[in-house]
Design a protein around this ligand. Structure first.
Ligand SMILES: CC(C)(COP(=O)(O)OP(=O)(O)OC[C@H]1O[C@@H](n2cnc3c(N)ncnc32)[C@H](O)[C@@H]1OP(=O)(O)O)[C@@H](O)C(=O)NCCC(=O)NCCS
Length: 334
C-alpha cells in the first residue's frame, strides 16, 4: 500500500516512560499459582512495571511524548497532530490524545486515539507518515501508551503474568529523504474472539438488570501464539519487500514484545543473529500498544541504531491485527 511519496517522512525523535514500580515474578508467585521458572521459560518475562493509583494512561503518554519532543528538539506548539495508540484509554471519550495535547501545551495540534491492540504503535506511525507524505502536516507525535494493570484479572494466572504498563513515543517529521517505508497493515476480524478486552458497548453480562464488572482481558493463549509466530516474520518480510530493502540489509528488527518465544521464532525464520533483534520483554512484559514504541526509544537511546540503518518495526495483536514498517534511520539518537 506504499505509493510514491511526494514528501519524505522520518522519525526524528523518540522517548519512553515506564512507571517506577517493578512487579517481579517472585511477587506473582504470592498472588497466583505460578512460578518464576514457568514464567521465564514460557514467556521470557522477569518483571513488569505497574502504574501507581491515580496515574492514568495520559500521564504515561505525556511523559513519553515530552521526551520524544526533546529528542527531536521540537517545541510542543510545533506539533500538528498527536496520535495515541492505546487499548486502555482514560475514557472512551474524550480521547487520551486530547488530554495529552492539553498537558503538553501542544495548542496547534489535532488529536485522536487509535485502537489496533498491540499493533497500535506501528499502525499509528504508519498513519502519521500518510499525513506527512501527503503534505498535510510537518510534525506528528505518535505515542503508544497503556495502563494494562487496570484491566488485568490478577486472579487469572493465564493472563496476569504477561502484561505491564508504559508508554513509548516518536516524532515523525517531513524530511528530504523518505525514511518511513514498506507500510504493511493487516487485520482479520474473524479472530476477534481470541484476544481482547471486554468493555465499552459489548458487555455480555451487563444490561438493565445486571451490574457490569470493569473491563477485563480475555485471551486464548495458544491460538494467539500460533497467529503471532506466523504473522511476525511474514509482516516483516512483506514490509522489507515493499520498501525495496533486501533482507540482508536489515539492521535491527524491533518486534512487539509479547513473548520471547514468539520473537525467537520470527528471528529464526528471518535468519537473524541475536544482535539484529531488539528484546526488552524480560523487563517490561507485554505493554500492548506501547511495546514497539518503548523498544524503539530504548534501542535508539542505547545506540543500537546508526544513521542509514534499515529498522523493521512489527506489531501484532488483538483484532486480530498486524502492522510493519521499514524505517531508514535518520536520527533520534541524540
Ligand atoms: C500464554 C502462554 C505463555 C502459555 O504458554 P503455553 O505453552 O501455550 O501454555 P498452555 O496454555 O499450553 O498451558 C500449559 C499449562 O500451564 C498452565 N499455566 C498457564 N499459565 C500459567 C502460569 N502463569 N503459571 C503456571 N502455569 C500456568 C496451564 O494451566 C496449563 O496447565 P495444564 O497443562 O495443567 O492445563 C502462550 O500461549 C503465549 O505466549 N501465548 C501468546 C500470548 C500473547 O502473546 N498474547 C498477547 C499477544 S499480543
Amino acid at each position: 500500500m506504499t505509493g510514491a511519496a511526494s514528501v519524505g517522512a522520518a522519525v526524528t525523535g523518540t522517548g519512553f516512560y515506564v512507571p517506577e514500580r517493578i512487579l517481579t515474578n517472585a511477587e506473582l508467585e504470592q498472588m497466583v499459582d505460578t512460578s518464576d521458572e514457568w514464567i521465564r521459560t514460557r514467556t521470557g518475562i522477569c518483571e513488569r512495571r505497574i502504574a501507581p493509583k491515580g496515574t492514568r494512561t495520559a500521564t504515561l503518554a505525556t511523559a513519553a511524548g515530552r521526551r520524544a519532543l526533546a529528542s527531536a528538539e521540537l517545541a510542543a506548539d510545533e506539533i500538528d497532530l498527536i496520535i495515541v495508540a492505546t487499548c486502555t484509554p482514560d475514557t472512551p471519550t474524550p480521547s487520551t490524545a486530547c488530554v495529552v495535547q492539553q498537558e503538553l501545551g501542544a495548542t496547534r495540534a489535532a488529536a485522536f486515539d487509535l485502537a489496533a491492540g498491540c499493533s497500535g504503535f506501528v499502525y499509528a506511525l504508519a498513519t502519521a507518515a500518510q499525513f506527512i507524505h501527503a503534505g498535510v502536516y510537518r510534525h506528528v507525535l505518535v505515542i503508544g501508551a497503556e495502563v494494562l494493570s487496570r484491566v488485568v484479572n490478577w486472579h487469572d494466572r493465564n493472563t496476569c503474568v504477561l502484561f505491564g504498563d508504559g508508554a513509548g513515543a516518536a516524532v515523525v517529521s517531513a524530511a528530504a529523504a523518505d525514511g518511513v517505508r514498506g507500510i504493511e497493515l493487516g487485520a482479520d476480524g474473524s479472530g476477534a474472539g481470541v484476544l481482547g478486552i471486554f468493555g465499552g458497548s459489548y458487555m455480555p453480562h451487563a444490561g438493565l438488570d445486571a451490574q457490569a464488572d470493569g473491563p477485563q482481558i480475555y485471551m486464548e493463549g495458544q491460538e494467539v501464539f500460533k497467529f503471532a509466530t506466523r504473522i511476525c516474520a511474514t509482516a516483516a518480510e512483506r514490509s522489507l519487500a515493499a520498501a525495496g530493502v533486501p533482507p540482508e540489509r536489515l539492521g535491527l528488527l524491533i518486534p512487539h514484545q509479547a513473548n520471547w518465544r514468539i520473537i525467537h521464532a520470527a528471528a529464526k525464520r528471518l535468519h537473524l543473529r541475536d544482535e539484529q533483534v531488539f528484546v526488552d520483554v524480560d523487563r517490561y512484559g507485554n505493554t500492548s500498544g506501547a511495546s514497539v514504541g518503548i523498544a524503539l526509544a530504548e534501542a535508539a537511546a542505547a545506540g543500537r541504531i546508526a544513521a542509514g540503518d534499515a529498522v523493521v518495526l512489527v506489531g501484532f495483536g488483538a483484532g486480530l491485527t498486524w502492522a510493519a514498517v521499514t524505517l531508514i534511520w535518520q536520527g533520534g539518537t541524540k
